[in-house]
Write a protein that binds this ligand. Structure first.
Ligand code: GDP
Length: 353
């Protein structure tokens, strides 16, 4: 009797092992991920990053006093660390934004962050069009954790301005920082209020669409993540022995808050989403959506500028040139091209293209 299994065995050509080849290649090459953290100083950004990746990324940090913070402009600082777990290497880059939201007038403080994200796209665009495409250093930002204060009563103008300016350029994951200062009821109410206000301002945050979970009920997982947004998180650099177990958390006179206890905060949800299930999706979105839309806008701006320059030039056909003259003309075209790219980059900063 004809059996489907026999047929399958006979027709086995081996492409079922393709995923293994990919797996081996990726492990050998290693992974990279660039995470931006934004929010005003003191909200626990560095502590959370250290708790997430169990690495001290900010040991050389200079802490400013209150007066210095008022005058500080938004700075961008990159920390890169190579971490390894069970033979899998991850090159993690954290882009910190000290000074964000610290000044008296924070109306424009999102601008520097926007410029940084655009500059990374621009650099990638130039490298991709250059002669050495194989060794491109990719510094594009894959995700931005945006820290909202737990003490407020909803979104502040600076939060709205930041998220609206960045939402088309990077996947934003909003967080309620230092959630241990809130009761469960307060956390629930603040989450609801923040979600409503985000909808009202048409703010688009990351949607957890294409996660990689082992479960079949992907939709319910996605829904669970969506209703937990903004994740209420707690960070801590201390590990304490409680009930015979070594736990990361914060000790108070009234008890111990566990960072990794899902009934205390959403830290585990955030870590699982960011590292185990959605890191690839975040990277894909950066390449396929955010970078592609930057590229399309940039090329269309470049074409319009070139067309305008050509119209301004003489309409007569070019005379035949000697090789020396041709080289000079090529150099001149190259110089103009570079000048044009530079001008476009400046315009991009001014108008947030
Ligand atoms: P950053 O300036 O945003 O990077 O903030 P830091 O990570 O330096 O934290 C500022 C202060 O807040 C430190 O004293 C931390 O110990 C404390 N801190 C950090 N995370 C939490 C948290 O989740 N809850 C509470 N209560 N304090 C926190």
């Amino acid at each position: 009797m004809y059996r489907q299994q026999d047929a399958e065995d006979k027709e086995y050509v081996g492409f079922a092992s393709l995923p293994n080849q990919l797996h081996r290649k990726s492990v050998k090459k290693g992974f990279d991920f660039t995470l931006m953290v934004a929010g005003e100083s003191g909200l626990g950004k560095s502590t959370l990053v250290n708790s997430l990746f169990l690495t001290d990324l900010h040991k050389d940090r200079k802490l400013l006093n209150a007066e210095e913070r008022i005058h500080q402009t938004v700075d961008i600082i990159k920390h890169t660390v190579d971490i390894e777990e069970k033979g899998v290497k991850l090159r993690l880059t954290i882009v910190d934004t000290p000074g964000f939201g610290d000044a008296v007038n924070n109306a424009d403080c999102w601008r520097r962050v926007c410029e940084y994200v655009d500059d990374q796209f621009f650099q990638y665009f130039c490298d991709e069009s250059g002669p050495n495409r194989k060794k491109i250093e990719d510094n594009r930002v894959h995700c931005c954790l945006y820290f909202l204060p737990p003490f407020g009563h909803g979104l502040r103008p600076v939060d709205v301005a930041f998220m609206k300016a960045l939402q088309e350029k990077v996947s934003i994951v909003p967080l309620i920082a230092k959630a241990d200062v809130l009761t469960p009821g307060e956390t629930k109410a603040l989450k609801g209020k923040l979600r409503d206000e985000m909808d009202a301002h048409d703010i688009k945050v990351y949607q957890f669409l294409h996660g990689d979970s082992d479960d079949d009920d992907d939709d319910s997982k996605q829904e669970e993540l969506k209703v937990s947004m903004p994740f209420a998180v707690i960070g801590s650099n201390t590990v304490v022995e409680v009930r015979g177990q070594r736990l990361r958390g914060r000790m108070y006179p009234w008890g111990f808050v566990e960072v990794e206890n899902p009934s205390h905060c959403d830290f585990v949800k955030l870590r699982t989403m960011l590292i185990q299930t959605h890191m690839h999706d975040l990277k894909d979105l950066t390449c396929d959506l955010h970078y592609e839309s930057f590229r399309a806008r940039f090329i269309s701006a470049m074409n319009s500028k070139m067309a305008a320059e050509q119209r301004a030039e003489s309409p007569l056909p070019p005379p035949s040139l000697s090789s020396d003259e041709a080289r000079k003309k090529k150099d001149e075209q190259m110089r103009r091209m570079q000048h044009m790219l530079h001008t476009l980059q400046q315009q991009m900063h001014q108008h947030s293209l």
